[in-house]
Design a protein around this ligand. Structure first.
Ligand code: SAM
Length: 222
């Protein structure tokens, strides 16, 4: 078993991990107020908070996580609140093998990609591209500089250069916001990517997201 998978399995088995706030991300609440519901996929969904929130807002929401205990908790929370959110155990770098098929209108990743080892990131991109609709929104939140202990697990963090290099052929990076917790210095950022339409595939983005960076609000779950 990979060391990152072992780490997360143990984290959920030994109680509630510190990132598991049970509150949906504030940016998600804002987002669902401004667009119609469709199909949503939560990559590294943990115990399902954001997925259950999306289902409550009318989305057909599916969460994927490779930690079986996290998925068990997510399913029982969904059942307890009569939520239509569904969950599956699977590796986000092998989505289709886990039975996850598109097309999704919205994909979120809160604190998952930033810990994906470098050697698996291209597979992650291929899989996400395979299940998203042209024009789909993809919100990805993570830290730029993981601490040394995370790096031992393979975490490499996330930044605009990495996202442009890896996703640029299929997704346009349209926004970046600081999403650090209030009152704390931090490098937790929320990136907004949009799946390009086939006619635009491979083109460079028209705008530099660094020029449109906003200041933030919200809390971290990284
Ligand atoms: C920091 S937690 C965040 C969980 C959840 N998104 C939240 O905000 O509470 C990262 C999650 O990603 C999952 N994860 C990490 N790498 C994964 C992979 N390759 N495939 C599936 N899940 C993964 C972990 O098990 C963990 O639940």
């Amino acid at each position: 078993m990979r060391i990152d998978s072992l780490f997360y399995r143990l984290a959920y088995r030994s109680g509630r991990p510190r990132w598991d706030t049970t509150q949906p991300r504030p940016e998600l609440v804002e987002l669902t107020h401004s667009r119609p519901a469709g199909r949503a996929l939560d990559l590294g969904c943990g115990t399902g908070t954001d997925c259950i929130y999306l289902a409550d807002q009318g989305w057909e929401a599916l969460g994927v996580d490779f930690a079986p205990k996290a998925i068990a908790i997510a399913r029982s929370r969904a059942a307890a609140s009569r939520s239509s959110a569904s969950f599956t155990v699977g590796d986000v770098t092998r989505l289709r093998e886990a039975g996850v098929h598109g097309e999704f209108d919205l994909v979120i990743d809160i604190g998952c990609y930033h810990a994906i080892p470098a050697g698996l990131r291209d597979s992650y991109v291929t899989e996400v591209a395979a299940v998203t609709k042209p024009g789909a929104d993809f919100y990805l939140a993570g830290v730029a500089d993981p601490p040394a202990t995370w790096r031992l697990l393979g975490a490499r963090g996330v930044n605009t250069d990495d996202l442009r290099d890896r996703f640029g052929a299929q997704f346009e990076l349209v926004d970046e916001r600081n999403a650090a917790p209030a009152g704390r210095a931090g490098s937790f950022a929320l990136y907004h990517l949009v799946r390009q339409h086939p006619s635009r595939l491979g083109r460079r983005p028209a705008t530099d997201p660094a020029d449109t960076a906003h200041s933030a609000r919200g809390h971290t779950r990284g």
